[in-house]
Design a protein around this ligand. Structure first.
Ligand SMILES: *Cc1c(COP(=O)(O)O)cnc(C)c1O
Length: 433
């Protein structure tokens, strides 16, 4: 049985979730399908979702700022997505042959991301980064890669070294089961530190295939690039003939339709996309310079394949999402909402003189229980336990923030000014106590 803190038991009935979790723990590792979902002492089990809300198995309602860790930018169950998916379903949902949707989607993506002259559709962000790194290695004939400390690129061997997301939350920065021979080829540099990057590049001449990075670190909370940092990264990687991969699985279609590369005006060699562009269905995309992508099979010798690649349902949902975002100027509105949220939070934090910081960009935000971090080491100094207590109080108040100090909170187009106001009031009272 689970010992719930009395406060939780008193305010909210979680009986069904407790029963389900008890059962799940015997059947699945940690009772969950992905580590971040193992909220202590018991996750709530979602029964349905609509707009900015989730309802659990006991019919408690939560305002959702987790939004499936990023994809649900229009909120849950947007009618246009329901229509697009239903429409696609009526024509079948998996063909094992090419379909017109892939061409339409590739045209739109490459137009929004001019650095992606060619692209391939896969089924997850993990697959996209795995393939992009393989392209970099295959094209350069080099094995070593560089990543940023605290950067998260999915759960495959080459990038599970000092990774953010669940790995940081759970304090397992390196996964067991990753061969030493693989891990030794992944070098780490701190974010916002051009000297460290230059020094690694200088001391390993002609050995590095690529640098893979999130332009804005999204998996240790949002950590923003200092002015000139991304420009410096682009300059150094070019000077040292190392490919630059922007992992825009979070920032793509959120910082702007053309992602962080459009927002900051930086042109990477390869890009990975995911999350939002599946409209809530599984998706990943990798792409980049034509001379690199032409080396991908079947045209070239760098292998990548998948039964579900280019899934018609995912692409239909993704294209419907793009339609709405373009037609209704969603990002402009969302960025305003993000600004309103961060401004409100800043006032609360200032009023209470807690020494916390409010960080974010576009429709991403986070309260760091400590000073604003500029890299992984600084982020680790925040008061994790304090954040967790706050998170639980917020959950009691019917607001689902991301359950870790090290995950970004997201806002969707379904979060009205009233919903934001309700949230700010709850945050104020939860931070006070
Ligand atoms: C979520 C995420 C991934 C992994 O994507 P999945 O679809 O979960 O495999 C990769 N990179 C970044 C930056 C992410 O946030």
């Amino acid at each position: 049985m689970i010992n719930l803190p009395r406060r939780v038991a008193l305010l909210m009935h979680l009986n069904s979730s407790i029963r389900l979790f008890d059962c799940a723990k015997k059947l699945m590792p940690g009772g969950v399908s992905s580590p971040v979902r193992a909220i202590s002492p018991c996750p709530f089990y979602t029964a349905r979702a609509d707009g900015p809300y989730l309802w659990d198995a006991d019919d408690n309602r939560f305002i959702d700022y987790c939004l499936a860790y990023g994809p649900m930018i229009l909120g849950h169950r947007h009618p246009a997505i329901v229509r697009a998916v239903t429409d696609q379903m009526s024509r079948g949902w998996l063909y094992g042959t090419p379909s017109q949707l892939e061409v339409t989607a590739a045209e739109r993506i490459t137009r929004l991301y001019p650095s992606m002259e060619m692209a391939r559709f896969v089924s997850s962000g993990t697959e996209a980064t795995m393939a992009a790194i393989r392209v970099a290695r295959g094209a350069t004939g080099r094995d070593k890669i560089i990543k940023i400390e605290g950067g998260f690129h999915g759960a495959h061997d080459s990038v599970l070294v000092k990774a953010g997301s669940g790995a940081t939350t759970l304090g397992i920065p390196d996964s067991r089961g990753v061969p030493m021979d693989t891990a030794k080829n992944t070098l780490q540099v701190p974010y916002n530190d051009l000297e460290a990057l230059e020094s690694v590049l200088r001391s390993n001449p002609c050995q590095m295939a690529c640098l893979i990075m999130e332009p804005v670190l999204g998996n240790i909370g949002p950590v923003l690039p200092e002015p000139g940092y991304l420009e410096g990264v682009r300059r150094l990687t070019e000077e040292h003939d190392v490919l630059l991969i922007f992992d825009e699985v979070i920032t793509g279609f959120r910082l702007s339709l053309g992602g962080a590369q459009e927002h900051f005006g930086i042109k990477p060699d390869l890009t990975t996309l995911g999350k939002i562009i599946g409209g809530g269905f599984p998706v990943g995309i990798f792409g980049g310079r034509r001379d690199l992508m032409e080396q991908v099979a079947p045209g070239g010798g760098i292998y990548q394949a998948g039964t579900f690649n280019g899934s018609p349902v995912s692409l239909a949902a993704g294209m419907a999402t793009l339609d709405i975002m373009e037609k209704e100027n969603v990002l402009e509105r969302l960025n305003d909402t993000g600004m309103q949220m961060r401004k409100g939070l800043q006032e609360i934090v200032d009023d209470l003189r807690l020494g916390y910081s409010v960080v974010g960009i576009a429709s991403m935000f986070k309260i760091f229980f400590g000073e604003e971090p500029h890299n992984y080491t600084q982020a680790l100094k925040c008061d994790k336990a304090g954040y967790l207590a706050f998170f639980r109080r917020m959950l009691d108040a019917g607001i689902f923030l991301t359950p870790s100090q090290y995950e970004t909170d997201f806002i969707s187009a379904a979060h009205s000014p009233e919903v934001i106001q309700t949230t700010l009031e709850a945050i104020k009272s939860c931070l006070k106590s």
